[in-house]
Design a protein around this ligand. Sequence first.
Ligand code: DHB
Length: 389
Amino acid sequence: MLRRTLILAAGAAGVLAAVSGAQAQQTVKIGLILPLTGPFTAIGRQVEMGARLYMQQKGNTVAGQTIELLVKDDGSVADATKRIAQDLIVNEKVNVLAGFGLTPLALATAPLATQAKIPTVVMAAGTATITEASPFITRTSFTLPQATEPMADWAFKNGIKKVVTLVSDYGPGIDSEKAFVGVFTKAGGQVESLRVPLANPDFSPFLQKVADAKPDALFVFVPAGQGAQFMKQFVERGFDKSGIKLIGPGDVTDDEVLNNIGDVALGAITTHHYSVAHDSPENKAFVEAFKKANNMRPNFMAVGGYDGMHLIYEGLKKTNGQGGQALIDAMKGMSWTSPRGPVSIDPQTRDIIQNIYVRKVERKDGELYNVEFATIPNVKDPVKAAKAN
Ligand code: DHB
């Protein structure tokens, strides 16, 4: 009898130990790695503000778990991103990695996501191949081919026949160049392509070549935050009076820098997945809350951060707080209404499927906006869609 009681007691103690072990596990740690110093600070800051706004609105408890956000600065140096990710995985035991302000920073971390089976949410970078670098990567930003192909289509259909493309010479720039050239030349257009260095670009010698080529339009991709610098040199070279139209994916006229660029941007046509002027109740509420919290406009990077947190929260609800393979699987196929419009996570590619809008820079109530005037619904990353066919 005594022996049975002892065994029962030992069993109960075991159960108790297991329960307290589970309680100790009731924190989900998210490591948010972003460029918060250096030349791409604007990107990191927008993503962080978007992610923090989501947590402020939804609280920090999901499926009975406390969400802890660990924000780390990689200074936009890929080796630092990788080292920080390693430290977060090994020492902090994070359950999710997120952020990634530029393509090389996401690619440097991909092997770690795979090895440690850590769901990794790319909230900013836009090179198409990123989600192919690890089965644990998903994305709430966009891909450059996704945003660019509709631009090429619109340009040709609207009388633009000769274009010079000018892109930052790395992943997303090369992706946007390829996407534009592919669609535009197939339609019958003529293109000349130029690439500028990503770091400290001096656009003037390239703009001289553009002036010599006399195209109908200049297609530009520079990463978010570099648009103001580009436009300054564009005006200095007299392009605003040259009759050459400015077109591209929306990074060059991103909503944060647009008012600083000023009237020279008026009339620029871009295609993108988010505008602060997007007309929906969800976006009005988002923009109002973001401005109240941060005293500035959100841009597409902020929406990537906001939606990335949504994907993590909703994924955790579906898995009842479990991470790893279960969490990445739960994220596949998820759909919701974002401030940008309806979105879903492609279950095959883990990329985001979203509307791409054609927009024109206009002045409204004293401010500049990318005003959406046409919608291409539910666009998948075309590079992966072509491979699947
Ligand atoms: C990247 C892509 C962008 O569209 C942008 O604005 C900034 C960075 C990138 O993938 O590196």
